[in-house]
Each structure stands twice: as C-alpha cells, then as structure tokens.
Design a binder for this molecule. Structure first.
Ligand code: NDP
Ligand code: 8X3
Length: 248
C-alpha cells in the first residue's frame, strides 16, 4: 500500500505540481477552496485521491474535513503545508488591514490549524514528515513586503519549533524557502492584474512550480536517518530577496 500525503493548496502552482510529482509513490489528499480545480487535478492523477474542499482560515472546516476522512485514509504519513499567498504589496503606512488579516490568517494560522488536525496522529504513530513552504521572504524583509514577510518569518519560526517539539516523536520537519516561482502567486498579490503579475517574471528564468515539486520529492525520498531540515531555492538569476539579474 502506498503511503498517504496531504497537500494543502493543490489547486494551482507548487501544490498542484507536487501532487503530480508525488502521484506515482503516494496516495494523495489534495485540498483547496476551488473545488472544480481539485476535481480536475484528481481526474488527471494516476493514483488514489481524496479531495477536501476548505478554507484554511476556517478552523471548524479544517477539523471537519480531516475528521471526515475514511478510516483507511486517517494515517497521514506526509503533510505538505503549502497553501498561502501574498495579498498586496504596499508600504506599511498604506497597507490594507484586510490584506494583513488574510496573510496572517492563511499563511500562519491556517498552517497551524491544518497541522493541529494532523500532528496528533503522527505523534501517536511515532511516524511522519511535515514539509512547510516558507520563502526567501521569511528570512529577508524587502520593501513593501512587510506583513507577507512577517507571515513567512512566522512559518520559519513554526518550522523550527515543530522540529524541536516533534523530535522526540520521530517526526521529520523540513522547510523549503523558494525565491521567485512563476505561479498564480503574483496574480493573487496584485488582485488579478495579470500584466503587473507577468512583469515580476520578465527578463530572467524564474523557477517553475515543478522545480519546487521536485525538491519536495527529493526531500521525501531521503532515507529514514536523513532530514533535509531547511532549504533555500533560488532561480539562478536571483541572489537575494531584492537582487535579480534581469536582462533589460
Ligand atoms: P498559487 O497562488 O499558485 O497557489 C496558492 C495555493 O494556495 C492555491 O492552491 C490556493 O488554493 C491555496 N490557498 C490560498 N489561500 C487559501 C485559503 N484561504 N484556503 C485554502 N487554500 C488556499 O501560488 P504558489 O504555488 O506560488 O504558492 C504556494 C506557496 O508557496 C505559498 O505558501 C507561497 O507563499 C509560497 N511561495 C511562493 C513563491 C512564489 O514566488 N510563487 C515563493 C516562495 C514561497 P485555492 O485558491 O483554490 O484555495
Ligand atoms: C514569494 C517570493 O519574493 O515574491 O514568497 O516574496 S517573493
């Protein structure tokens, strides 16, 4: 029987690419708010798949969804905390409080709600691997990034804390911190302004979602005694949060 991996935010970008890469080796639980996208991804995957449709901000919905899993799907081996986004890019004095709420509620609290629903089972089985998707934005603030930065600094702290607390329970915790990945991320950040979003990735070869999916696959494929605890992955043209060698 294949092990079970649960991927949050599998309706696009990194999460969707990860579902495709892991399908040969895992049974998958894929989650997100856009149910038609979840169904489409499910239909294209050559493995057993369960879709769970919830907003990670809704604690009750998270718990109900995880509890609704059939008995044979309860023993989750791998949790990939990927769901998240940036909302807005503005100086702190001009930022939208609604955007701030969204980023803290989704990227930090949502990750915690999903983890809280799954970790106790891993602890009781003394087995599991959690991969949190952080960001370069979680180790380096950049102009106008402020609250998105805070949310990803939060993911960094939570990953370190999880690793310490779950160490006695034989649970691996890894964090991947990508640089610029060309997904729907910037479209969400700029509230559907595709032209503005596309500009972010112009003039250099950005990472693609599959690059991070392959990194996840590599981390999961290490032997039991190896944990890749922390990984920063840039496109070759990127050297820091703010330095990208773009062709003009
Ligand atoms: P996408 O916008 O393509 O994917 C985001 C995913 O998160 C979607 O599947 C979306 O599903 C899900 N999601 C967002 N909000 C919620 C919510 N409230 N409840 C449930 N699911 C939600 O972007 P990426 O693939 O790039 O982003 C994935 C992760 O990677 C994020 O955590 C992001 O911060 C991180 N990251 C991205 C980088 C980049 O440059 N792209 C770089 C570094 C990190 P749905 O809308 O269907 O709910
Ligand atoms: C996403 C990467 O640099 O747009 O976390 O914040 S960045």
């Amino acid at each position: 029987m294949k092990p079970i991996a649960l991927i949050t935010g599998a309706t696009s970008g990194i999460g969707e690419a990860t579902a495709r890469i892991l399908a040969p080796k895992y049974r998958l639980i894929i989650t997100g708010r856009r149910s038609e996208r979840l169904d489409q991804v499910k239909n294209e995957l050559d493995t057993e798949v369960i879709t769970l449709n919830f907003d990670v901000r809704d604690r009750e919905a998270v718990n109900q969804a995880i509890e609704s899993l059939p008995a044979e799907w309860q023993e989750i081996d791998v949790l990939i905390n990927n769901a998240g986004n940036a909302h807005g890019l503005a100086p702190i004095q001009d930022g939208s409080v609604d955007d701030w709420d969204a980023m803290i509620d989704i990227n930090v609290k949502g990750l915690l709600y999903v983890s809280k629903a799954i970790i106790p089972g891993m602890v009781s089985r003394k087995k599991g691997h959690i991969i949190n998707i952080g960001s370069i934005a979680g180790i380096e603030a950049y102009p106008n990034g402020n609250v998105y930065n805070a949310s990803k600094f939060g993911v960094n702290a939570i990953s370190q804390g999880m690793r310490l607390d779950l160490n006695p329970h034989n649970i691996k915790v890894s964090e991947i911190k990508p640089g610029l990945v060309q997904t729907e991320f910037s479209e969400v950040r700029f509230k559907g302004d595709k032209e503005k979003a596309d500009k972010v990735y112009q003039g250099f070869d950005a990472l693609q979602a599959v690059d991070i999916a392959e990194t996840i696959e590599f981390i999961l494929s290490r032997p039991a005694h190896v944990n890749i605890a922390d990984m920063l992955v840039f496109p070759s043209a990127q050297a820091s949060a703010t330095m990208v060698n773009k062709k003009s």
